[in-house]
Design a binder for this molecule. Structure first.
Ligand code: ZN
Length: 353
């Protein structure tokens, strides 16, 4: 048999062996036998040197052609075998479904923004205290943002330096506080009420490390019979304890807000140093949480006149309200010193949290 005939016969045998291989192991055995480093094709091509000169060029060409053809045939038989194995089936050794992906081809799963996570943890605490979570619109009118909150027409908060007005006649505005949701809740529902409203608010502040034109507040409103300042203090003590730990101390400092009377600022013992003094609390041992107070009867009267009834009779109902800036809490929680980071959406920053 001439070398050319031997090559052709080997080609036929190898193709038959590849197509007959029922699984990855049989296929691999056939590969080693025919086109492996010491396989029959290699051995036969090794004899080229001794072939008669007249068939040598032809045999060399045929040998390379067959080698390439068999390698291609092996690859397609391997692919067909892997497909037959299926993802859910008992995997062939050519296709390992448990092999981890290389790092660079892994999909980024993403995660929730640190603000969202902070809001969720606040909401969880108030939910456990029996508060319902509600929302209101970010585009508001003067009545919900000011009038019904007992903020008179000549109050400085109504100045365009303190509020973003949307239209020429100053009627539509971006809410400057989540207290608007208090008004909407009382307008649309009867007492008793126990709600918190987290959300975005807007003020034309000069933007720096601790001020931004866009930030978040969480507002709380509790209306029932015989609600007192003691209920307010107890509720906020539980809230601060849930947030920073049960040992956290609270203090209330007298303050003024148009929609509460009496009003107070809530401080809690510094969660960073436990109240001993550190840079976070500016060496005072206390950090500011936000404002609170008993709902001013004038607010109930304004709601009643908007509703056209006496549902919130100040002789019958009383309540407390509070509002906290959420960025400040998130900054404290994550040790962030620049409020602008929350809105820049810089992935290098967000991935660290
Ligand atoms: Zn401190």
């Amino acid at each position: 048999m001439s070398l050319l005939d031997e090559l052709n016969q080997l080609r036929t045998e190898a193709l038959a062996a590849f197509s007959a291989a029922g699984d990855a192991k049989a296929l691999e055995d056939a590969r080693i036998k025919f086109i492996g480093a010491n396989g029959r094709v290699k051995t036969l091509l090794g004899q080229l040197g001794k072939a008669p000169p007249d068939i040598k060029p032809q045999a060399g060409k045929l040998g390379n052609q067959i080698k390439n053809e068999l390698e291609a045939a092996f690859e397609s038989a391997k692919a067909a075998n892997a497909a037959k194995g299926g993802v859910g089936g008992v995997a062939t050794s050519a296709f390992d479904i448990s092999e981890p992906l290389p790092v660079e081809s892994r999909l980024s799963l993403g995660r929730r923004h640190p603000m969202t996570r902070t809001i969720d943890s606040l909401v969880d605490i108030f939910h456990a205290l029996g508060f319902e979570i509600v929302e209101g619109p970010e585009i508001e009118d003067q009545r919900h943002n000011f009038d019904d909150l007992n903020i008179p027409a000549d109050h400085p908060a109504r100045d365009s330096f303190d509020t973003f007005f949307l239209s020429g006649n100053n009627q539509a505005l971006l809410r400057s506080q989540t207290s608007t949701v208090q008004v909407r809740m009382m307008e649309s529902r009867l007492p008793p009420l126990r709600v918190v409203a987290p959300g975005r608010v807007y003020r034309p502040d000069q933007i720096d490390a601790t001020h931004h034109s866009t930030f978040h507040q969480i507002e709380g409103l509790y209306v029932d019979k015989n609600v007192s300042m003691a209920d307010l203090k107890g509720t906020l003590k539980l809230f601060v304890g849930g947030l920073f730990g049960e040992d956290t101390k609270v203090r209330f400092r007298p303050s003024f807000f148009p929609f509460t009377e009496p009003s107070a600022e809530l401080d809690c013992s510094c969660p960073a140093c436990g109240g001993t003094a550190c840079p976070v609390c500016k060496q005072t041992g206390w950090v500011e949480m936000g404002g609170c107070g008993m709902v001013d009867p004038a607010v109930f009267e304004a709601i009643n006149s908007a509703r056209g009834d006496n549902a919130y009779d100040p002789e019958v109902w009383s309540g407390f309200a509070f509002g906290f800036g959420i960025e400040r809490l998130a900054m404290r929680r994550h040790g962030i010193t620049d409020i602008r980071r929350f809105l820049e959406n810089d992935m290098r920053f967000l991935r660290q949290l």
